[in-house]
Structure formats: C-alpha cells, structure tokens
Ligand binder design. Structure first.
Ligand code: ADP
Ligand code: MG
Length: 238
C-alpha cells in the first residue's frame, strides 16, 4: 500500500521554480532517502509533504487521503529538523509531553508514549534534565523522541545528523536503522551524505535542480547510475 504519494508537484518561490511536476510514491514502511547537493530542493519537497509550504500546483496524498490543503498537524506526520529546536526552559520530559498536552492527549497515554519512546531511544536517565545539560547527540535523540511520541505512521527527517561529529553520526545512523526496523513506519529522510543514504535507505531518490534523476535501491544506484550526475554524486566523497 502507498503511504505517501506526490502528484505533479510544482513549487515556486516567486518566479523561481524549485520543484517541477515532481512525482513520487513511497510504500508503507519504506525508508526513502532524498539525496542531492545543497539547493536541489530536498527540504522544499519535505516541507511541501509536511504542509509547511503552499504548493503552486499538484497534490499530496498521505495514507490514501488527499492532504494537499490540510494543516501540518492534521497530516499524520512527525518531523525532525537539522537543529534540535528543543524548548530550553523545559525538562526533556516536558519537551516530549508538551505538544501532546496541547493536543489534548490523556495523561496516562502521554506517560505510556514517553516511556516507550525513551526506552527505544535510551533517554530514560535524561528525562529530568534541561537541554543545556545534554550533549549534541542526546539532544538529537530527544528531538527524534518528540516526533516518536506523536505516534504517527510517517516520519520526515531533514538532515537530522548533519550538526553532529562523525563518530556520533555513525552511532545515530545505526540507531535510526534499528528504530526503523522496530517501528516499521514510513521514513522520508533528507541528506546530502552518500554514506547515510547508502546505509539507511530502502530506496534512494537522487535529486538535482528540483528533479528526481534516479529512484532505485542503493545497490542499483551505486552499480548502475543512470547518468553522469548520479555517478559523480554517489561516487564523490562527502
Ligand atoms: P536543499 O534542501 O536541497 O538544500 P532547498 O529545498 O532548501 O534545497 O532549496 C531549494 C532552492 O530553493 C534553493 O535555490 C533555495 O535558495 C531556494 N529557496 C528555499 N527556500 C526559499 C524561500 N523561502 N524563498 C526563496 N527561495 C527559497
Ligand atoms: Mg535542506
């Protein structure tokens, strides 16, 4: 079954056409990576799916429902950005529960979800701390936790590891992979890092200039790139 479907999506900023009649179907439970150089439109595509941008033309379906005109909060998605954007004055626990309280989720349900997310992400010992008392990797785990507690089927990640050092990136890569194997939810993951794409993805969509150049399994992209751009991008060191 299709989880996310993007139909003939066009997005313009003024006269600049950033995405051009883009089509993309993502299966339920798939880990899809959007890979491409800076400025190619990855974040723009993700933000369109999230409902953070008004699209110029086209439609977006999530779990079979046309959400093109739905508010972000009604789309059944959780999002994790490059910067952690945690509330500095709140404890980790409060950072996790805050959005759920506003949404009117019952207290015992909130407690259940926080317990589950903090077990998966191994952040139980951190719940009473403030963000300033956490390392970069711990903060990013909490940011992922905040998406997890929303209990949604589709997660959107925009370069969530790019602010971390190489060692932490490698560590969290393994955790993200494990997380996906446990949850079996749909992941759309933006990165410009080939290693991240090749290790995490079920399929990779390689983008250039707002157009998907190739959409295939990592090994196919690696072994049989469809053009010189894809070959050069996958082959070049990050
Ligand atoms: P990526 O995430 O792949 O680095 P983006 O989706 O952020 O690329 O940007 C794609 C293009 O759209 C770039 O040329 C960028 O300068 C432009 N762009 C992004 N956001 C805006 C905006 N809010 N207003 C105008 N142009 C934008
Ligand atoms: Mg971006």
């Amino acid at each position: 079954m299709t989880s996310v479907s993007v139909r003939d999506l066009t997005l313009k900023f003024g006269s600049l056409e950033v995405l051009r009649t883009l089509n993309l179907d993502i299966s339920e439970g798939e880990f899809l990576v959007l890979l491409g150089p800076s400025g190619c439109g990855k974040s723009t595509l993700l933000n369109c799916i999230a409902g953070l941008l008004d699209i110029s033309d086209g439609q977006i379906f999530i779990s079979g429902k046309n959400v093109t005109w739905e508010e972000p909060k009604d789309r059944g998605i959780g999002m994790v950005f490059q910067s952690y954007a945690l509330y500095p004055q709140m404890t980790v626990e409060k950072n996790l529960s805050f959005g759920l309280q506003i949404a009117g989720v019952p207290k015992d349900e909130i407690a259940r979800r926080i317990a589950r997310a903090s077990e998966i992400l191994q952040i139980q010992p951190l719940l009473k701390r403030k963000p300033s008392q956490l390392s970069g990797g711990q903060r990013q785990r909490v940011a992922i936790g905040r998406a997890l507690v929303r209990d949604v089927d589709v997660f959107l990640f925009d370069e969530p590891l790019s602010n971390l050092d190489a060692k932490l990136r490698a560590e969290l890569r393994v955790e993200l992979k494990r997380l996906h194997q446990n949850l079996k939810n749909t992941m759309i993951y933006v990165t410009h890092d080939q290693i991240e794409a090749l290790t995490l993805a079920d399929r990779i969509a390689v983008m250039k200039g707002g157009i998907i150049q190739q959409l295939d399994e990592p090994l196919t992209i690696y072994n049989r790139p469809v053009n010189l751009f894809v070959a050069g991008f996958i082959g070049s060191p990050s």
